[in-house]
Design a protein around this ligand. Structure first.
Ligand code: ZN
Length: 274
């Protein structure tokens, strides 16, 4: 049987590795893939020119619409270390074509930035570490549940306040006051677009707290049920505003993550709207 795999020619493999400085393109990894071998005449290579869309039918992310030429072209390849190469092929939902293309573009940009920079520390990676911290700050019920299922409003308000502090200072406190993670505040983000979006998110968090206070003062919601933990919003528009504003916050955060090529939060649970 003829070989039906559209493998990359050696020239394409070299090109893919060279374009990212022989580092793994996974932003979570960035491992160098080439170095000296004990044999002075040889190198050790743990890098792989991986297919974004599989080389053969039935493989990960296979695209039947592609021609064999497209399948074995550099456009369809990404340089990864061996373990990341396996990782992306084991979960094609999470590591989809779009995400791999973002990884590739960012790794190429980073390789150029490193050539141009005097310092080996890349600014992009610093941003990415901080973005990961911010994503963690939003991974809590205050950004996942409908407003009337939040439990006590005081706790919800506290969770929002803690998130604002985390965005500004890089310190995240749990509900019992314990510091669980430390980073830097959003003002240290170097990418101006991401910094602006994070400012917008923080403004929206502040607006959430302000409106919550007004709602409380004007008694726009009331408690019911055992232990006063169920809420009834008398103003549906206000209730929807709380839900939509938080949804919008997660959307903006997701758009930054997508641009940075890092995993984002799952969208909030499906909301019921009137
Ligand atoms: Zn890797």
């Amino acid at each position: 049987m003829a070989n039906s795999r559209d493998d990359f020619p050696q020239r394409v493999k070299e090109l893919l590795g060279n374009r990212v400085g022989w580092r793994c393109s996974n932003p979570d990894c960035r491992k160098p893939t080439r170095g000296a071998n004990d044999d002075p005449q040889r190198i050790t290579n743990i890098g792989v020119a991986s297919h974004i869309c599989a080389a053969a039918d039935g493989g990960p992310r296979y695209d039947p619409e592609m021609s064999p030429e497209e399948r074995k072209s550099a456009e369809n390849g990404i340089w990864l270390c061996q373990s990341c190469s396996k990782l992306v092929d084991d979960d094609v939902i999470r590591y989809n074509v779009g995400l791999l293309q973002v990884w590739k573009e960012n790794a190429e940009r980073l390789a150029i930035a490193e050539l141009q920079s005097a310092s080996p520390v890349s600014t992009d990676n610093t941003d990415i570490d901080r973005l990961r911290f911010f994503v963690q700050c939003f991974d809590r019920p205050a950004f996942q549940d409908q407003i009337d299922q939040e439990g006590r409003m005081e706790d919800f308000d506290q969770a929002i306040e803690d998130t604002i502090i985390a965005m500004n200072t890089g310190v995240l406190r749990t509900r019992d006051g314990m510091i669980i993670k430390k980073s830097e505040g959003k003002s240290t983000i170097i990418n101006p677009v991401w910094r602006e979006k994070l400012n917008t998110i923080t403004d929206m968090l502040v607006a959430l707290r302000k409106r919550l206070k007004i709602a409380k003062d004007e008694k726009l919601y009331s408690t019911y049920g055992k232990d006063d933990v169920m809420y009834c919003f008398h103003d549906r528009e206000l209730k929807n505003w709380f839900d939509l504003t938080r949804e919008e916050i997660i959307k903006i955060l997701s758009s930054i993550c997508q641009e940075a090529g890092i995993p984002s939060l799952h969208f909030p649970k499906q909301r019921y709207r009137w």
